[in-house]
Design a protein around this ligand. Sequence first.
Ligand code: FEO
Length: 395
Amino acid sequence: MNFKINDSVTWVGKIDWELRKFHGEELSTFRGSSYNSYLVRDEKIALIDTVWSPFDKEFIAKLSGEIDLNQIDYVISNHAEMDHSGSLPALMEIIPDKPIYCTQNGVKSLKGHYHKDWNFIPVKTGDKISLGKKELVFIEAKMLHWPDSMFCYLTKDNILFSNDAFGQHFANEMMFNDLVNEYELYEEAIKYYANILTPFGNFVEQKINEILALKLPVDMICPSHGIIWRENPLQIVNKYMQWAKRYQENQVTIIYDTMWNGTRQMAETIADGIKSKNKEINIELYNSARRDINTIITEIFKSKAVLIGSPTINKGILISTASLLEFIKGLSFKNKKAAAFGSYGWSGESVKLITEELSKAGMEIVNEGIKVQWHPGSEDLAKIYQYGQDLALKI
Ligand code: FEO
């Protein structure tokens, strides 16, 4: 169901209630998502973004119920990733000559995806189109989170269409931040930032500073996923500024995989040791084989220190640990201390291997880690507990 955001802007997107994985299998979306497309009516009419291709027929049908498609004057593609551009081919079949406004990188990406020579109009920051009484102003947002990403701003209504930035994978028919559960909204917003935007913190900070310097009034932020920020919209901008600046809470996250519970027992004993020296710190324990990897990544994002454990198997580490380390490496977390632990039978490489990977990921290694042969006995447990206590003093 389309709905009006104000007198001139109508939401014409798709709420995807069933979505449970995004980016192939990479990102869990426990609360579904939405692909937000916006129709802006003035003397001229602009369509901002579309929806993912599995919903293209539904999108075209609903949009056609809203407006004669030939009345659309401008198509705006803020971002070429297919969850937003996926219905462009179906739309452009019907209105093939209408101009598509996007960045120069957007032209390359859209041509790369769809191999069509549409009527592209490349734009830069500050370029604008007049809709009649109002204007749409374009703001390049390179690496937020693709090279082509762009925002646009509707004057007079003071709406920032921010595409992926400030979005969340959160299906909810209420659609406005003052109408949804705030805890759930922020849980999805930080998960989105941690799993997608973490590597681009410097760009986030620069872009927000650039936009704030323009001193544009912002009455609403309309992202391309999830909930629209209508009440105190700059709250999410301020949150992004915090998240972009080497963010951490008073938290340690201990992540392990285990074969016969030895490494699990190590994890729990390290946690006890840390807690004995620091009652205030929040300690989270996750079995990486049994918990959602994106939830773990979000907890790492919040942490000041991360401990990762795996037993040794075939001179290496368990698969869930290896996957997690690969994900961590790509995200380039800042301002995180780290160490490794694990049990072993005879060769015992796991701690060294995990430490090397954490170091490559840019984490500050606080010690050489701790390993235990076979299952930890009472002497081992005492050493591990002491290890946790020593660690508490370093983090
Ligand atoms: Fe929601 Fe980068 O696409």
